[in-house]
Structure formats: C-alpha cells, structure tokens
Design a protein around this ligand. Structure first.
Ligand SMILES: NC(=O)c1ccc[n+]([C@@H]2O[C@H](COP(=O)([O-])OP(=O)(O)OC[C@H]3O[C@@H](n4cnc5c(N)ncnc54)[C@H](OP(=O)(O)O)[C@@H]3O)[C@@H](O)[C@H]2O)c1
Length: 305
C-alpha cells in the first residue's frame, strides 16, 4: 500500500457493521481503506501503526472487535487484548497521524440498574461481563487522549444484512419448525447497521465536540418482543414465541436487564433521530434474505447478540 490520504479507514471492515459502512461510504463517494484481520491484525501494534501511516485517513471508524459475548468469558485475555489494548494502539496511531477517531462501543458497559430511564452518555458504567469490561477498556483508551476529534459511540443489539444476526436466527428456527423460547427480561434498543453507519459518517463529517455519544434505533423492546416483531415483519406472525428469563437461559456472560441508550446528545448534533427499530427491521429482512446467497461470511462464527 503506497502512502495516500483517504477519507476513512474502517477496521473490522468485513464485519456486520463494517460492511454497512463500506456500502454507505461508497454511495457517498468517500475514499475508504477497509481493513480486517488479514490487512491489520489488531493484536499487532506495529501493523496498526504501519497501516494508519500508509493510509493517512482523515478519520478512523474502529469497528474491529471480538464480539462473541459469551466466548469472551472463556477467552478473557483475547477480549482484553483486542477490544481494549488494540483500541489504545488504534487511538495512539490516529493521534500520531492527526486523524479523527470513532470507536464503536456497547450498551454492555452498563449494569442495567438505571431501569426505566434511558442511559445518558455520562451515566456511571459497570460492565457485567468480560466483553463489556474489555470494551470499556477501549473506551478509556480513546477518552484518555482528550481530543476533540475522538469519539466513543455506544450502540446496542446490532443487526444487519448478512450472517449472524438475531432476526435471522429467529426466522431460521421458525422455518425449521423448531420451538422458540426467547428472553423477556432484558430490554434494549435493536439497531440496524445501515442506520448506525449513517450516524457514524455524520459524526465524521459534522465533527461535534469530542467524547461519548449514543447511537441506537428508536423504540425499545425485550428480545422476546423483538422476536415477535421479526416474525410479524416476515409475515409469520402466527408462530408462537415462548417466554424465558435470562436466568433460565443461563448464558456464560451476564447481560444488563435494561440497557436502553438515551440518544438525545447525538440527535441534537444531527438534527434527527435514528428511525424506529421496526422500520429498520422492514428494511433489513429483504436485504438479509438476498445476502444469504451472496455473502461469503454468511452464517460463520458464534453468537454475538
Ligand atoms: N453486534 C452487536 O450487537 C454490537 C452491540 C454493541 C456494540 N457492538 C460493537 O460494534 C462493533 C461492530 O460490531 P459487529 O456486529 O459489526 O461485529 P462483527 O461482525 O463481529 O465484526 C467485527 C470484525 O472485527 C474482526 N476482528 C476480530 N478480531 C480481530 C482481530 N484480532 N484483528 C482484526 N480484526 C478482528 C472480525 O473478524 P472475524 O469475524 O473473523 O472475527 C469482524 O470482521 C464492535 O466494536 C462491537 O463491539 C456490537
């Protein structure tokens, strides 16, 4: 790669969000250097510095991460290294080359105790899982620079066309005639990759004050409600969805019972909110069906939601 100046460098570019960012950036005629594990392994500080030095991006969208929430409980060192330490390396390289940076983080930095009130950006954090703690480490590394062009953008319950996403998992089970039992006692905001990508590109363009922002689709629901909404949107509203508590499901990683993000700060900057998640679901489903035949990473990997 010869030295160039591009608009954006996207890490985790083959991931769910990375692919949506690439598509949107292309539609907006932005020059993008897209990197994933093959081009810029996040466990390699030297590679991170070299790639940023060659690409010379105006702005870095750092989406690369280990996102298997339960898997992180079993491999905490990898989680802290890739989600935490590597983010410090991305931030140090961005600062060195005077690039802006948005680090995509998670609602799982919260413990859910604010129940009933959407979490503002300055709410106290208390991750319940290794994944949440490792992402918080990444946040701290970005914020420690105190730069006005460095952003932490928390999002939640991400779904987008291609591969491992909750709506697809529900529809696949339903179509196979398997019984559905879904968690009722965790409430959050499902967020579509395309809508999140728009918000991130707006942050890169508008350059609001540095710091923490929350970006999530409007509306809130339990996973159970989200499953019902998915089936209804797919014309399968007659399928029965059983109820289950998080305690009954007993996953390795604890998740907050309430993680609704307050998105007012971002809405004030953009002059608009992300659309409602049910609107997003309607747009997602046909695109996801199409991606089943065209996406090489389709269905690969563990559970991330
Ligand atoms: N998914 C959600 O519900 C959710 C919710 C809140 C926040 N977020 C955050 O949003 C961001 C994007 O999430 P996503 O859903 O798009 O995740 P994703 O689909 O898992 O994408 C992450 C990408 O990072 C890559 N990656 C993993 N380890 C790497 C390494 N050592 N070096 C370089 N690249 C590596 C992954 O490659 P492999 O696939 O080969 O591992 C993948 O392509 C992440 O930072 C995540 O923490 C996600």
């Amino acid at each position: 790669m010869s030295e160039m100046v591009c608009d954006l460098l996207v890490t985790g570019a083959n991931g769910q969000l990375g692919r949506a960012i690439r598509a949107l950036a292309a539609a907006r005629d932005l020059t993008v250097v897209a990197v994933d594990i093959a081009e810029m392994p996040l466990d390699d500080r030297e590679a991170i510095g070299r790639v940023l030095g060659e690409a010379r991006p105006k702005f870095v969208l750092h989406c690369g991460a280990i996102t298997d929430v339960d898997g992180c409980e079993h491999e905490p060192l990898a989680a802290y290294r890739i989600n935490g330490l590597a983010t410090a390396w991305v931030a140090e390289a961005a600062a060195r080359h005077d690039a802006g940076l948005a680090y995509v983080s998670t609602d799982f930095v919260f413990d859910g105790s604010l129940s009933g009130t959407p979490y503002p950006t300055d709410a106290a954090v208390r991750p319940l899982s290794v994944y949440g703690a490792s992402k918080r480490l990444g946040e701290e590394a970005v914020l420690a620079h105190g730069r006005d062009d460095f952003f932490v953008v928390r999002t939640s319950w991400v779904f987008g066309p291609g591969g491992r996403n909750f709506p697809r998992a529900i529809l696949d089970r339903a179509r196979q005639g398997q019984p559905l039992k879904v968690v009722t006692d965790q409430i959050g905001r499902p967020t579509m990759t395309h809508d999140l990508a728009e918000a991130l590109l707006d942050i890169a363009r508008l350059r609001p004050a540095g710091g923490i922002y929350h970006a999530a689709n409007e509306g809130q629901c339990s996973w159970h409600r989200f499953a019902i909404d998915t089936l209804q949107a797919a014309g399968m509203g007659e399928v029965e969805v059983g109820e289950q508590t998080a305690a009954e499901l007993n996953r390795p990683a604890a998740r907050p019972a309430w993680s609704v993000l307050d998105t007012d700060k971002l809405a004030a900057v953009r002059g608009k909110r992300l659309p409602h998640y049910r609107d997003a679901l309607e747009r997602h489903l046909p695109l996801d069906e199409a991606s089943r035949t065209t996406d090489p990473k389709d269905g690969v990997g563990g559970k991330r939601y």
